[in-house]
Write a protein that binds this ligand. Structure first.
Ligand code: ATP
Ligand code: MG
Length: 543
């Protein structure tokens, strides 16, 4: 799909502003990647591939976190799983700490940076608002040598956290608040996963990002729209450290998806509050959750392509993502019968030992996928909700007492009796079958409903996990207390049966259970209970 970034790149290549495109994907290793990151990955890696350029993977590890290492491992795994390969070795902002420090000294020497000893609250207050100009810090006009010596002291650990920071000296009355003397370095006594305890001053994102882009010879630095104001600082820093071949920043819309939150910080809140246990819970939209649920890399790439790249943010419907996997699985996945919530039927006009082989197609529109053997016998299972004792609703297509129904690819049966226990709960149905109706309809008799079913001698027990939306409102992201909008019925687990023939199907992972949905084989417990995750419903029943 065409987008404004492609146009810019094509122009730059045509006018020979750049020789080769060089992009980067710069995750902060503070959580797992989510579907929003997939958008950025598909964009950055996709463009590099299209224009025969390069795309780096750079961990923005300027903010030390004890879990950095673990997250790096999973981030790499997810990028590879999505089908992308980064150029050369993995990059880390921390590798440039020394160079960044030198550029900080350069700014101090140019009187463009100073050590401030105000507290964070004071700095925030002095910064002002859109309607109120900022106020200069009393430390703003320190001389170069004093700044150099204080910055050295910061580096050597003479100040405790929050007691001093390095700020750019730009303009406290700038209409862009971010340009009101932004902080470039802060003090943190946290062990870093790479540099260990070597540094106790760490560069801020804005300072490290543009210089890292420059060091790696990035040509187009693509980030999300909330960074549009940071572009001024990006350009200010590169201009004032006086480097050639400056990279340029462009912003695109951040992906927002209905009924979920994407930000890593919010996902962490869900974990901290025990709403979900792990980052790969199938009800959230991290890449590993989607993989766990049964999504394919192709469907995610397809989704990123379908939603496109725009400048303006907008909310994407969940059905957009679901349609991508549905389309893929509709073409590819073998059909299988499963009964997720069974009710037993005894066919009274069949002998107990009757075994009749019937061939089922593995895909109704693809003969190349072949057939499998199924069995018709005197005990079968159907879905509970395909039977209703006395349903008067005209639209109801299921089986009723004294009514008839067609078993898919098989016979018409008639329900003659409902057997119940003392508590009035249905135990089984007694039915008869019409032997003249195998795959054909008798004249003068119309049977509207066709249902899926399984013979008791042609199935085994299975567990079916249905994952529903975790939130019951469209835009939980917009709510401060988003935890108040959790759907308490977001996991439904059912025990039922699946057709034996599933064991002989080559594609061993994703299936369409007829009339129920697409499912992903997750685990085979104790070698006999198979577990399936529902990937997606067949039809969009929810808006
Ligand atoms: P989060 O709030 O989830 O932590 P982030 O922007 O802080 O998001 P980073 O790890 O810093 O996450 O992001 C790496 C890259 O992925 C950045 O270029 C960022 O712009 C991009 N990205 C993150 N979230 C989205 C999103 N929802 N849509 C598109 N791109 C995204
Ligand atoms: Mg972040």
């Amino acid at each position: 799909m065409n987008n404004f970034i492609k146009k810019i790149i094509e122009k730059d290549l045509k006018e020979k502003k750049i020789k080769k495109l060089h992009t980067r994907f710069p995750p902060e290793p503070n959580g797992y990647l989510h579907i929003g990151h997939a958008k950025s990955i598909c964009l950055n890696f996709g463009l590099a591939k299209k224009y025969e350029g390069k795309c780096n993977l750079r961990f923005d590890d300027t903010n030390p976190n004890s879990k950095n290492k673990k997250y790096i491992k999973y981030i790499k795994k997810d990028i590879k799983w999505l089908g992308f390969k980064w150029h050369g070795a993995t990059c880390y902002s921390s590798k440039y700490f020394k160079i960044l420090y030198k550029y900080a000294l350069k700014l101090i020497k140019k009187k463009l940076a100073y050590v401030d000893e105000m507290s964070h609250e004071e700095i925030k207050y002095h910064r002002g608002t859109l309607n109120k100009k900022g106020i200069n810090s009393p430390y703003r006009n320190r001389c170069i040598s004093e700044n150099l010596s204080l910055f050295e002291k910061m580096k050597k650990g003479y100040f405790s956290e929050g007691k001093a920071c390095l700020r750019a000296k730009i303009d406290m009355s700038s209409p862009i608040i971010l340009m009101r003397d932004p902080i470039l370095y802060r003090i943190k006594f946290t062990k870093h996963h790479k540099t260990k305890n070597k540094w106790c001053i760490y560069p801020m994102y804005d300072f490290a990002h543009c210089i890292s882009d420059y060091i790696e010879k990035i040509t187009h630095s693509l980030c999300t729209s909330e960074f549009s104001e940071n572009r001024y600082l990006y350009e200010w820093i590169l201009k004032n450290i006086e480097v050639k071949n400056k990279p340029k920043q462009y912003e695109f819309s951040r992906l927002k998806l209905e009924y979920t939150v994407l930000s890593k910080r919010k996902i962490q809140t869900l974990i901290n509050n025990n709403i979900i246990k792990k980052w790969n819970d199938p009800r959230i939209f991290t890449i590993s959750s989607l993989r766990n649920k049964g999504y394919t890399p192709y469907s995610i790439r397809k989704f990123c392509n379908v939603i496109g790249i725009t400048r303006k943010d907008h909310m994407i419907q969940m059905s957009s993502l679901e349609n991508c996997i549905k389309k893929e699985l509709n073409l590819k996945s073998p059909r299988i019968m499963a009964v997720v919530d069974p009710i037993k039927i005894v066919i009274t006009n069949l002998p107990k030992n009757h075994v009749e082989n019937i061939n089922f197609p593995n895909h109704p529109n693809r003969i190349d996928m072949g057939f499998r053997k199924s069995i018709f016998s005197n005990v079968i299972y159907i879905e509970k909700n395909d039977f209703s004792e006395n349903n008067v609703n005209k639209k109801y297509r299921g089986l009723i007492l004294n009514g008839e129904i067609r078993l898919r690819y098989s016979y018409i049966i008639k329900c003659n009796k409902v057997l119940k226990n003392k508590k009035n709960k249905i135990i089984k149905l007694l039915c008869t079958y019409d032997k003249t109706t195998l795959n054909k309809n008798p004249k003068n008799r119309s049977v509207k409903g066709v249902i899926h079913w399984l013979s008791s001698i042609n199935c085994f027990i299975a567990q079916f996990n249905f994952y529903e939306r975790l939130f019951n409102i469209k835009n939980p992201d917009s709510k401060k207390y988003f935890l108040n909008f959790i759907n308490n019925e977001s996991i439904i687990i059912k025990k039922g049966y699946v057709e034996r023939g599933i064991k002989n199907i080559k594609e061993k992972k994703r299936y369409q259970f007829e009339r129920i949905g697409y499912f992903y084989l997750k685990k085979i417990k104790n070698n006999h209970v198979w577990k399936f995750n529902r990937i997606v419903e067949l039809k969009n029943t929810k808006k």
